[in-house]
Design a binder for this molecule. Structure first.
Ligand SMILES: Cc1cc2nc3c(=O)[nH]c(=O)nc-3n(C[C@H](O)[C@H](O)[C@H](O)COP(=O)(O)OP(=O)(O)OC[C@H]3O[C@@H](n4cnc5c(N)ncnc54)[C@H](O)[C@@H]3O)c2cc1C
Length: 313
């Protein structure tokens, strides 16, 4: 005789739940988050950007950063955006800066202007040739050749926090992860105080890479770059020159949804939340969100991670 089925209500066992639900079951956590924005091109884009900033501000990120367009094309807009953040919000803004198409003197003068204006954090990058990610980079004879030289210049000029890029799937111009780790160490010797990773989708590969970086003696904070993907075709165009592998499962989730942005957004939030929650379970506690100037998905993912506005009790 078979035993009667037990149909009484009960909580599902924790192991039956996925990483997001398990995240909701954890107590007191304080993960670190930061948000990346791009400088707006139009008044309407500016309004949307500021709605996003205001929505995310109460989450008290470690810092927020503003990108620098290829070839310094957004120099004025990047400058204006970080200064407005500094003046009108409680946020700690970081300005991205690249070496592209500028002399050392020009770059130094931008760095000094930032310091004088009260900016204390620069994301130091080499940049890519304009309109040609992955193309051969030709440094100007009178310019900084790479992010190591730029980080050194920033540290020489003032006591900035200096973040630099890190590539869990190997930089497209690099021969190996070991070379990338050597470059990171050179950037740290030059003055880098934090690394922010390129976005990625291979969590196990990311964790193995971070393990290698730590084993090589790197102790500075590393923020995992998280891209909530809503447009898979756009992502494919962006990822190919950067040699970022896109897993089949991700493409499958978005298949047939070209004309259904609402469902794509739901899937994007769910994938990114699951990635973050899984990374947290593996002990990772520092996330940098590529917001694409929108707050809704990032806000939801932060809630999953237990990052919430302080409420008066
Ligand atoms: C978090 C993040 C934010 C970004 N934001 C922007 C942005 O706002 N604007 C933009 O245009 N691009 C941005 N990028 C893209 C970035 O500019 C490109 O990935 C670019 O190809 C490399 O920049 P990098 O600073 O990592 O280069 P580097 O670290 O300078 O590396 C470039 C090449 O130089 C070599 N190299 C560097 N230092 C040394 C050294 N000491 N010894 C030997 N070789 C060395 C490396 O091996 C590599 O092949 C961003 C990337 C990341 C990860």
């Amino acid at each position: 005789m078979t035993a009667p089925l037990d149909l009484s209500p009960r909580a599902p066992s924790a192991s039956a739940l996925g990483p997001v639900a398990r995240a909701g079951g954890r107590d007191a956590r304080r993960l670190k988050v930061s948000f990346e924005f791009s400088p707006p091109k139009t008044p309407e884009a500016e309004e949307n950007l500021w709605l996003a900033i205001r929505r995310l501000e109460p989450l008290a990120p470690e810092f927020v950063s503003v990108t620098y367009g290829a070839g310094g094309s957004t120099r004025e807009r990047t400058h204006r955006t970080v200064l407005r953040m500094l003046k009108e919000t409680s946020l700690a803004p970081a300005a991205h800066l690249t070496c592209v198409d500028a002399s050392r003197a020009e770059v130094d003068s931008v760095i000094k202007d930032y310091w004088d204006a009260g900016i204390r954090h620069i994301v130091a990058l080499r940049g890519d040739p304009p309109g040609q990610i992955g193309g051969a980079y030709m440094p100007r004879a009178d310019g900084y050749a790479n992010a190591t030289e730029l980080a050194r210049a920033i540290a020489r000029i003032a006591d900035f926090e200096v973040s630099v890029g890190l590539y869990p799937q190997v930089h497209p111009e690099s021969a190996s992860a070991a070379h990338d780790i050597d470059v990171l160490k050179a950037k740290i010797d030059a003055g880098a105080t934090r690394a922010i990773t390129q976005f990625f989708f291979d969590i196990d590969g990311f964790l193995r890479f971070i393990d290698q970086v730590r084993k090589a003696g790197v102790t500075i904070p590393i923020s995992a770059g998280i891209m909530p993907v809503t447009n898979f075709k756009g992502l494919r165009r962006m990822a190919a020159p950067c040699r970022i592998a896109l897993p089949d499962w991700l493409g499958n989730l978005f298949e047939g949804l070209d004309k259904d942005p609402e469902t794509r957004r739901l899937i994007a939030g769910s994938v990114a939340a699951e990635m973050c929650a899984r990374l947290e379970e593996e002990g990772f506690d520092d996330f940098h969100f590529y917001t694409l100037n929108r707050a809704d998905l990032v806000y939801a993912i932060c809630r999953v991670l237990g990052v919430r506005e302080e409420t008066a009790s």
